[in-house]
Write a protein that binds this ligand. Structure first.
Ligand SMILES: [Zn+2]
Length: 180
């Protein structure tokens, strides 16, 4: 690559110890450790951007992690899960056998809370499909079946922060770091 400012091809890469870009996978509070690469021009010092490996895998890892956390999903998280599944609202509504795609869009816009039953179906669907791309993230359908998801009004919403590292199983994949 060549520098966007001076055209030099002397670019050094720097691994960022911690990187968070809320636009990266379509969900806020996804943090990655020692995985993002920053490109800096050796000649003029210009910042030539940042790259993150396997963004689709990271999106899947964030989705599976989130569905295993027993905190009620809010609209933007439901949209994130649907996007991670690559489904239109209509398709999602059909897959989880809820009333209509209009319902899905109401959930996503926080105009109507998702029912506990529909939320479990969404979590199971997302976890089942996306864990194929996030093999280091623990997904357990039984935990979701047994999950008690409190009503929205019962608990104050808290921001769920999810942190990931790259590990190698048979290929490099996203994992959660050992508890700090
Ligand atoms: Zn330069």
């Amino acid at each position: 690559m060549t520098c966007i400012k001076c055209g030099s091809d002397r670019i050094r890469t720097e691994t960022l110890p911690r990187y968070q870009d809320d636009g990266l996978v379509g969900l806020a509070n996804v943090v990655i450790l020692n995985a993002a690469q920053k490109y800096v021009c050796k000649d003029c010092g210009e910042d030539n951007g940042i790259s993150v490996p396997d963004v689709a895998g990271l999106q899947a890892a964030a989705a599976v992690t989130r569905v295993m956390i027993p905190v009620k999903l809010v609209g933007r998280e439901i949209r994130f899960l649907r996007n991670a599944l690559g489904m239109k609202a209509k398709e999602l509504a059909e897959r989880i056998e809820t009333r209509a795609d209009e319902t899905v869009s109401r959930w996503e816009n926080d105009q109507r809370p998702i029912s506990a039953r529909d939320e479990k179906m969404l979590r199971l669907l997302a976890g089942r499909i996306l864990s194929e791309r996030a093999k280091a993230i623990g997904f357990d359908e039984t935990v979701i079946f047994n999950m008690k998801i409190p009503a929205l009004s019962a608990v104050p919403l808290r921001e769920v922060v999810m942190t990931f590292i790259r590990i190698r199983i048979s290929v490099d994949t996203w994992a959660e770091p050992a508890a700090a």
